[in-house]
Design a protein around this ligand. Structure first.
Ligand SMILES: Cc1cccc(C2=C(c3ccc4ncccc4n3)CNN2)n1
Length: 310
């Protein structure tokens, strides 16, 4: 396949490789090119994408893994669907959304995460997967307005037989989005549900980013005013652009701070329901956080009910 791929331009820089827009048999695809130093990440992401029954509309669609051996060495690549609206992070920087879109995006992220977290039983079932690097840069916006989850090089898998499939190096992921128990290294790496609870904390921060950029119409002097807050990374008001573990420990453990929930979110039913989910999922105690499946069901009900009313 690698021979039929025509790289057009670079569109992103991941932790382990660069992402390019490419043309394969006349259609646009995304290609992540790893340098030989990061072959472990290429192997790991390939392994996760090839997990039985992983395919799902809210998981980035995998096409192929390929190896191009050339004079200069080996070029490892992974090929997936191309999503022209880009990452959720970039999308939210440029766009605001209405609360109907907000619910669709949040529900689709919860749905993708529930698909990762839940086992599919049976002899050829799917193991549970914890992502461990959920953030708005690792989520893509699809043309149908739903989102899909990408970047699985740090994921861990668990099936009842042989437990967690890799020796989970305890502190991985993006420090800004790390759960408190990951920041202070008290996460119980032998319990798979601890990794799922840490994913829910990171997801609550992504939901907070989404809510900030959602417009709500509230009558001010009779005419509906559409208001959204400007885009902001979680904790941007408390830490710098590349926070250290210590910076995050001070914020999460000492100050016990969380991002601000504006009063305006209480005046809109959709924003109020989602801000309640956010506060449960970023709880200091991992056992209080809601499972992805519960969050997805609550958001699906909200999606259906509001469509009836509106
Ligand atoms: C395994 C793999 C292959 C190609 C891209 C990606 C990837 C991303 C990706 C995928 C498709 C895209 N389409 C458009 C714009 C950015 C994209 N980023 C983001 N993080 N990883 N992953």
């Amino acid at each position: 396949i690698a021979k039929q791929i025509r790289i057009e331009r670079q569109i992103g820089e991941g932790r382990f490789g660069k992402v390019c827009l490419a043309n394969w048999r006349g259609e646009h695809v995304a290609v992540k090119i790893f340098t030989t130093i990061n072959d472990q990440s290429w192997l790991r992401e390939t392994e996760i994408y090839q997990t039985v029954l992983l395919r799902h509309e809210n998981i980035l669609g995998f096409i192929a893994a390929d190896l191009k051996v050339s004079a200069g060495g080996a070029q490892m690549m992974l090929i997936t669907e191309y999503h022209k609206r880009g990452s959720l992070h970039d999308f939210l920087k440029e766009n605001t959304i209405d609360t109907a879109q907000l619910v669709i995006m949040a529900r689709s992220i919860a749905s993708g995460l529930a698909h990762l977290h839940e086992p599919i039983n049976g002899t050829h079932g799917k193991p549970c997967i914890a992502h461990r690097d959920i953030k708005s840069r690792n989520i893509l916006v699809k043309t149908d307005g739903e989102c899909c989850i990408a970047d699985f090089a740090l994921a861990v898998r668990y099936d009842r037989r042989n437990e967690i499939d890799i020796a989970p190096n305890s502190r991985v992921g993006t420090r800004r989005y790390m759960a408190p128990e990951v920041v202070n290294d008290t996460i119980d790496v032998t319990s798979f549900s601890a990794f799922k609870a840490a994913d829910m904390y990171s997801t609550s921060l992504v939901f907070w980013e989404l809510c900030r950029r959602s417009r709500q119409s509230w009558p001010v002097g009779g005419s509906p005013m559409l208001q959204a807050d400007e885009y902001m990374l979680p904790y941007a008001n408390l830490v710098g652009s590349d926070p250290s573990v210590e910076d995050m420990r001070l914020v999460l453990m000492v100050q016990r701070a969380r991002p601000d929930i504006p009063m305006r979110w209480k005046c809109d039913n959709r924003l109020r329901v989602i801000s309640e989910l956010i506060q449960e999922c970023w709880h200091q105690n991992p056992n209080v956080r809601l499972p992805a499946l519960r969050v997805m069901k609550t958001l699906r009900k909200l999606e259906d009910s509001e469509t009836l009313e509106s």
